[in-house]
Design a protein around this ligand. Structure first.
Ligand code: GLN
Length: 246
């Protein structure tokens, strides 16, 4: 591919508040995998009080965090609800992890305290359960190759999907969205929410490339083939987690 002139603009939403278990590594992975292919990447951190220029961004990332940090982000996101819904409808790519994922749904009801409003990019809602799900997750996803996903979950929120919102994957080990229906994550248009920390993308390079392709398609309105990278180390990390005895 001649990718010299391609660019992806990333908005990293609220990195000072939502960034646990190395969630920032997801943004770094997108950046590096693009740069290795000579695709330019610009990353803007969006903090409380900042405006969001949806004309600029192809890719939005929001990480996970504690309930306390989610309160401030929930409030702030309401100001941007309509424009981020427009961005979704214009096929911008969103990757949201855990606490960020919960806030892309309709609401998150914590164990104590008031309901936190989400921005309804995904038709899901989350209610705190009475135990925490902590541990490694393996799952199968039918729209990427290879079909396996790995990550680490730590959440008490139980997420339920509605209507056109599909899970990203089927849980093989671990709990995923709610520990009951074997679903993991949610997707609608180019929005992806998942409970997988870890960081998620360094250990799932095929999913990282899938998101890069969608972001390029959003910007350039054509399918751009990505050159193949040497993923020996990334795939080893992935396989260790797939083959671990759980
Ligand atoms: N506060 C949420 C929960 O425990 C999110 C946790 C997280 O992002 N790891 O469900």
């Amino acid at each position: 591919m001649d990718s010299k002139n391609y660019t992806i603009n990333i908005a990293h939403l609220y990195p000072k508040l939502l960034n646990i278990y190395g969630d920032w590594g997801n943004v770094l992975t997108i950046k590096r995998r693009c740069e290795w292919r000579n695709i330019n990447v610009n990353i803007d951190s969006i903090n409380i009080g900042d405006s969001i220029d949806i004309k600029k961004y192809d890719f939005y990332f929001i990480g996970g965090g504690q309930d306390q940090q989610q309160i401030a982000v929930s409030k702030e996101l309401q100001r941007h609800k309509a424009s981020l819904q427009d961005a979704r409808d214009e096929n911008a790519v969103f990757l949201a992890i855990c606490g960020g994922y919960q806030l892309l749904g309709h609401y998150y009801l914590p164990g104590d305290g008031d309901e936190l409003s989400g921005i309804s990019l995904l038709d899901v809602y989350t209610v705190a359960g009475d135990k925490r799900f902590i541990g490694n997750v393996t799952a199968e996803c039918n729209f990427i190759h290879p079909q396996t996903l790995v990550g680490f979950e730590n959440h008490s929120g139980l997420t339920y999907l509605q209507n056109d919102t599909l899970p990203i994957a089927t849980v093989k080990t671990g709990n995923g969205n709610n520990g009951k229906d074997k679903t993991e994550g949610a997707t609608y248009k180019n929005v992806f929410g998942t409970y997988l920390h870890g960081s998620f993308l360094p250990k799932n390079p095929h999913f990282a490339d899938y998101l890069i392709s969608l972001a390029l398609h959003k910007r350039y309105k054509e399918k751009i083939e990505l050159s193949v990278l040497d993923d020996t180390f990334e795939n080893k990390a992935h396989e260790v987690l797939i083959n671990k005895k759980y």
